[in-house]
Design a binder for this molecule. Structure first.
Ligand SMILES: Cc1cc2nc3c(=O)[nH]c(=O)nc-3n(C[C@H](O)[C@H](O)[C@H](O)COP(=O)(O)OP(=O)(O)OC[C@H]3O[C@@H](n4cnc5c(N)ncnc54)[C@H](O)[C@@H]3O)c2cc1C
Ligand code: FES
Length: 378
């Protein structure tokens, strides 16, 4: 039986201690348990829009999850007998460390998002690792912030906004969210409520069209420089956090470049994994310059394949039929960590591996390109 005794654990005490100064994000501290796997139990599911659901979890052992707003977890459901790995941002606030949520948009043809929507019900169980990720306001102690999101990219910014609201601090936040129609705005009602409750929060929803909505007082169209300048005249004084589809983020960066915005105050996160599927195929290794082709041997299966110097090892291994766990394809989640037994790679990771793991010979295959022939522990 669940009692309040289950809630008294050291993690809560340290979480509470870290929320003592509500005027700065830095009070969240930097504690997170990268690589640690947890058993999660789903205890509620909310339909947010026609194709978005929020899944609320608790740890099976009632432990408190310590994370920074904007970070994600990597879930690993078993679907059709195969374990799949996918990253999902924690859309809830770290100020509520026991009940935490992910908010998932159905991706047409997508294996995990559709499985979650169709199968995960209250009582359902999942394994997850993390939290991880560096898309967080912790470490950027600005008091004037601008959150820009589109579609499911709202999730990290929602976590940041919920945290700010719970902390009752003096943050000045403008949250501009873009959606196709008013019916597609995720968290619309809650953001409206939070805006009424938090003096420093202003929420602007920008819709491409009205859909079935008859009454709409907010901007219609796409976010561009005139719209941003009109709605948020002081945007250049703000720390900007952006998350959304690739095209949206490119558009935001273009308009900020046009405005000569100082990109030292710009942060973004991409949910996009398509880059992995778009890499060039190596069809005819024999026709390529031999200096640009390397041989990769998988020590466990004995499989050998050739790959180009400008491919990632993950992409080439998958194309050669190897089963390599992976998720983000951006060097952030750590799922593709593999021991490099022989050879050298150039690895450009984004925080998904620690120096001591690199020293032990581990590499993230999704962001590693070969600089010699390789032998991998796969
Ligand atoms: C850091 C991070 C945080 C994220 N946070 C969120 C979040 O908060 N909410 C959210 O909804 N999503 C989030 N995502 C995206 C999420 O991880 C998944 O990528 C997304 O849900 C799609 O997964 P899927 O298994 O449904 O689709 P997949 O099965 O991975 O397919 C994705 C797309 O690729 C296509 N595809 C699949 N296989 C192939 C193939 N062989 N060739 C060509 N195309 C193919 C599919 O048709 C689909 O369009 C995040 C991603 C990252 C990296
Ligand atoms: S797949 Fe996420 S770090 Fe490689």
């Amino acid at each position: 039986m669940t009692t309040y005794e289950n809630l008294t654990c050291p993690a809560t005490a340290s979480a509470v201690q870290r929320f003592t100064d509500p005027t700065t994000w830095g009070t969240f501290g930097t504690q997170w348990h990268s690589g640690e796997q947890k058993n999660l139990q789903c205890y509620a599911v909310h339909q947010e829009t026609h194709d978005v659901k929020t899944f609320i979890f608790r740890c099976a052992d009632f432990s408190a999850l310590s994370f920074e707003p904007g970070q994600f977890i990597t879930i690993s459901p078993v679907i059709g007998g195969q374990t799949l790995f996918r990253c999902y941002t924690l859309s809830s606030s770290p100020t509520r460390p026991f009940a935490f949520s992910i908010t998932v948009k159905r991706v047409p043809g997508g294996a995990v998002s559709n499985w979650l929507h169709d199968n995960l019900k209250p009582g359902g169980k999942l394994k997850a690792s993390g939290p991880a990720g560096s898309f967080t306001p912790v470490g950027h102690p600005a008091t004037k912030l601008l959150y820009l999101s589109a579609g499911s990219g709202v999730t990290p910014l929602m976590s940041m906004t919920r945290a700010a609201c719970d902390m009752a601090g003096n943050l000045d936040i403008v949250f501009v969210h873009s959606a196709r129609t008013p019916a597609d705005i995720i968290f619309h009602a809650e953001l409206t409520r939070m805006q009424a409750a938090m003096p420093g929060l202003r929420v602007i929803s920008v819709c491409e069209g009205l859909g079935d909505t008859a009454q709409w007082q907010q901007p219609i169209g796409r976010l561009d420089l005139p719209l941003l300048s009109q709605q948020v005249p002081d945007y250049k004084e703000r720390e900007i956090f952006t998350c959304g589809p690739q095209g949206y983020m490119e558009a935001v960066k273009t308009l900020l470049r046009e405005a000569a915005f100082d990109f030292a105050h710009y942060h973004q996160e991409s949910f996009d994994i398509t880059a992995l599927n778009e890499e060039p195929l190596i069809e005819q290794a024999a026709t390529l310059d031999q200096q640009d082709v390397f041989t990769v041997t998988l020590s466990r299966s004995g499989k050998t394949f050739s790959m180009l110097a400008n491919q990632t090892v993950l992409s080439a291994a998958k194309k050669a039929g190897a089963i390599v766990p992976s998720s983000c394809s951006q060097g952030v989640c750590g799922t593709c960590k593999t021991a490099l037994l022989q050879g050298t790679v150039e690895m450009n990771h984004n925080g998904g591996i620690r120096q001591r793991e690199i020293d032990k010979g581990l590499r993230l295959l999704c962001c590693s390109k070969p600089t010699s022939d390789l032998v991998l522990d796969l």
